[in-house]
Design a protein around this ligand. Structure first.
Ligand code: KG4
Ligand code: ZN
Length: 347
């Protein structure tokens, strides 16, 4: 199998990202460059991502970010095999910026296009850096998604559970906003929680004992709001205690639901091929969540595989890698492929 070199472009949310990855499908890859420009400053005043602002910021930055990725990798257009871009799901204005830019580059260079599902980028990201053969159980936890997926093979994903309301990252962001901790909320809540007492506030653990593998986080956010109310003068240590109590509730729910999914996965697959549990997405950068999932995995004979934090949050390398694996198996996509706001990976 020849070595492939792929440019990956990611613009589906609030990161403008481009990366060059080389490798052979199935084996690990080498990241030649991975440039991520976060739009934190643009969205911070609003306490969340504003789609129109995101799309405009992508337009303004993307050419420069791609240029930087090419220079850092020290590579010419000739040496690239294909150009991969996120084609959805996500904020469609931003997705269009990345996909149209990729199409333009394909026309100009004669290189093939690969339209990548952003969720597949997260789902395959561990395979770029870790020894992670199929099948594996994946917990994808990000600002837009909370899903448990059985990853059976390339393009073969079985959805086991998903959130019925808010994504877990969204709950972190909204809680941070309620506590006045800033944006993005995940890292801010994690920081505040370090000095907090997780047992001070009694918060719900939605769906924790329920049948199936679905999640729900909006009730948790509402419970935080009911405690905090409109009180802007909430003392600092109360905020830390609430951050810790909230994070502990999330940890308890994720560990219980993922643990149950691991039991089901192990029953179906048997232990012979090795039991692997992968966590990906921005929330997987949380150390407390990682530690508790590692424990849940260990107790069930699963190996926890977690890409490094820089590959967990949105980036171009995971799009390049998913593009590389897809390109090797299915070839290129048609240039008429459209940007999609919704694009389920599995149903
Ligand atoms: O995967 P990602 O970069 O973008 C999406 O595809 O959504 O995930 C971003 C989400 C945000 O909600 C952010 O608050 C959350 O991941 N996040 C964290 C942490 N770092 C990022 N949540 C909890 N703890 C963290 N350390
Ligand atoms: Zn993402």
């Amino acid at each position: 199998m020849p070595v492939l070199r792929i440019l990956g472009i990611e613009t589906s949310c609030d990161e403008t990202a481009a990366a060059l990855v080389e490798g052979t499908p199935g084996g690990k890859g080498r990241t030649l460059s991975n440039i991520v420009l976060s739009q934190l400053k643009e969205h911070a005043p609003y306490g969340g991502v504003v789609p129109e602002i995101a799309a405009r910021a992508h337009v303004e930055a993307l050419d420069r970010i791609i240029d930087e990725a090419m220079r850092k990798a020290d590579i010419t257009w000739n040496a690239i095999d294909a150009i991969a871009a996120t084609a959805g799901p996500g904020l469609v204005g931003g997705v269009m910026v990345g996909l149209m830019t990729a199409k333009g580059l394909c026309v100009a260079t004669g290189k093939p296009l690969i339209a990548v599902n952003h969720l597949e980028g997260h789902a395959l990201s561990p395979r770029l850096v870790l020894d992670c053969p199929f099948p594996y159980l994946l917990l994808l936890v990000s600002g837009g998604h909370t899903q448990l997926l059985a990853v059976e093979g390339l393009g073969r994903y079985r959805l086991m559970g998903t959130t019925i309301d808010d994504a877990v990252g969204e709950a972190f962001d909204k809680t941070a906003k309620l506590l006045g901790l800033g944006f993005p909320g995940g890292p801010a809540v994690e920081r505040a929680a370090r000095n907090g007492d997780a047992s001070r506030f009694r918060l719900p653990r939605p769906l924790i004992d329920r049948e199936g593998f679905d999640f729900s986080f909006s009730g948790l956010k509402t419970a935080v709001r009911n405690h905090v109310g409109e009180d802007e003068a909430w003392p600092r240590e109360a905020r830390a205690d609430m951050a810790a109590s909230f994070q502990q509730a999330v940890i308890d729910v994720l560990s219980a639901r993922a643990g149950k999914a691991m039991d089901d996965f192990a029953r179906r697959k048997g232990a012979a091929a090795g039991l692997r549990f992968v966590i990906a997405g921005g929330v997987a950068a949380n150390a407390g969540i990682r530690a508790s999932l590692e424990k849940a995995a260990g107790e069930r004979g699963f190996t926890l595989l977690a890409p490094p934090p820089a590959l967990c949050t949105d980036n171009g390398a995971m799009i390049a890698w998913a593009g590389l694996e897809r390109f090797a198996m299915h070839g290129a996509d048609d240039l008429i492929v459209a940007a999609r706001a919704r694009w389920p990976l599995a149903s």
